[in-house]
Design a protein around this ligand. Structure first.
Ligand SMILES: [Zn+2]
Length: 57
């Protein structure tokens, strides 16, 4: 499971745009399958991988 840098637009936690490193979520129970921590609030963020826009590595 690779990590990837994702540009989060209108972050669900802080409402800002920022780059964060996302990791694959184990045993996803819905459409959200990658996760990270919002750097502004230190709260968890979940995303759908098809929204990933840049810099897969
Ligand atoms: Zn945020």
């Amino acid at each position: 499971m690779s990590e990837q840098i994702v540009k989060v637009i209108n972050c669900r936690r802080c409402g800002q745009d920022h780059l964060v490193e996302f990791k694959g979520l184990l045993n996803p129970f819905d459409d959200f399958n990658i996760w990270s921590i919002c750097p502004k609030t230190n709260q968890p963020l979940l995303l759908k991988a098809e929204f990933v826009v840049c810099n897969q590595r």
